[in-house]
Design a protein around this ligand. Structure first.
Ligand code: ATP
Length: 299
């Protein structure tokens, strides 16, 4: 879906994006993480033909970008910067304007706009002028604009910016639904939890470089430790002498390659197991291990 090689963008002496080889496959939910100023936005803008690369190649859906970006953009929905909204018009009227600028004809416009508003959770408030919208509502309207033409690829920069927890959940569900219907997602965020919940693949930028790019399942590999919660912690210690790495009240951390085998052994010994779960590396651990201090901080 997206392949770049050696993609580089320099602004004077600042190298915002440095030799990036991005690989986003069809149907992926790709989360691009990185500290502020690590180059995520610049990278995404180059993909959309909004910023020209200093060097390197971009291919999107088999077409070279920016040379053939006009062929690609009709299949791409983007929520990258606040779209040019008219504050005195309603959300519905704004979308009708945007739709008129797109490839779809007049026919079906009303229905397209209505469906996009509904899906983005703005069905009930579409008559209000946009200047009365909260930040979250503007964000939803931006998403509704991206949804006007069920895109093959949806590129989102901080899609849940300004949303409350319920709004975040709704947008996440909507994105998962779109993805299930075939839309590839590329999401920039610095919210680890958001990416961890939603994405199948993760890329991490640091000081312009893509320092990690892997399927989520590999990133969150098991640590070889199993978390056990039991009121019989003392008995577990006696039983598994030397394999208990940590013990805090009812909670134990046990070194074990096979969680099922450990569970069977504890139950056989009459230990009451309340919870048992293989420990995985969190995305936070992984990201912190590959990124430096955050590119915006003075050295
Ligand atoms: N138009 C520009 N002119 C000069 N420098 C720029 C320009 N755009 C970005 N930069 C610089 O390039 C670097 C990367 O910026 P970019 O906005 O791509 O990072 P980011 O990862 O998207 O950060 P954030 O999470 O804060 O949006 C920063 O050092 C930034 O100051």
């Amino acid at each position: 879906m997206i392949t770049t090689s050696g993609l580089t963008k320099r602004y004077g002496r600042v190298t915002a994006v440095d030799g990036v080889a991005l690989r986003v496959g069809e149907g992926d939910r790709y989360g691009l993480l990185g500290p502020n100023g690590s180059g995520k936005t610049t990278l995404v803008r180059m993909l959309l033909g909004l910023v020209f690369a200093t060097s390197g190649e971009i291919e999107m859906m088999g077409e070279p970008v920016p040379r053939r970006v006009h062929r690609v953009l009709p299949d791409v929905g983007a929520l990258v910067e606040a779209p040019g909204l008219y504050p005195h018009l309603s959300g519905r009227a704004n979308l009708a304007h945007l739709d008129a600028a797109g490839p779809g004809g007049r026919r079906g416009r009303r229905a397209r706009v209505g469906t996009a508003l509904e899906r983005a959770g703005l069905g009930g408030v579409d008559a209000r002028p946009v200047r009365a919208y909260s930040l979250g509502m503007r964000q939803r309207l931006g998403l509704a604009a991206a949804l006007l033409r069920t895109p093959r690829l949806l590129v989102l920069d901080e899609p849940t910016n300004g949303l409350d927890p319920r709004g975040i959940r709704e947008i996440r569900d909507l994105l998962a639904e779109l993805n299930a219907a075939g839309t590839t997602l590329l999401i920039c965020s610095h919210l680890l939890a958001e990416i961890e919940e939603l994405c199948t693949h993760v890329g991490v930028m640091d000081a312009g470089r893509l320092v990690l790019q892997r399927p989520m399942g590999e990133v969150r590999a098991p640590t070889g430790l199993v978390a056990v919660r039991t009121p019989d912690a003392g008995r577990v210690r006696a039983l598994l002498d030397g394999r208990v790495e940590r013990h805090d009240g009812e909670r134990l951390l046990v070194r074990a390659a096979d969680a099922a085998e450990l569970n069977a052994r504890l139950v056989r010994a009459g230990v009451r197991v309340l919870e048992l779960r293989p420990e995985r590396r969190t995305l936070e651990d992984v990201v912190l291990s590959v990124t430096g201090h955050g590119s915006d901080r003075p050295a």
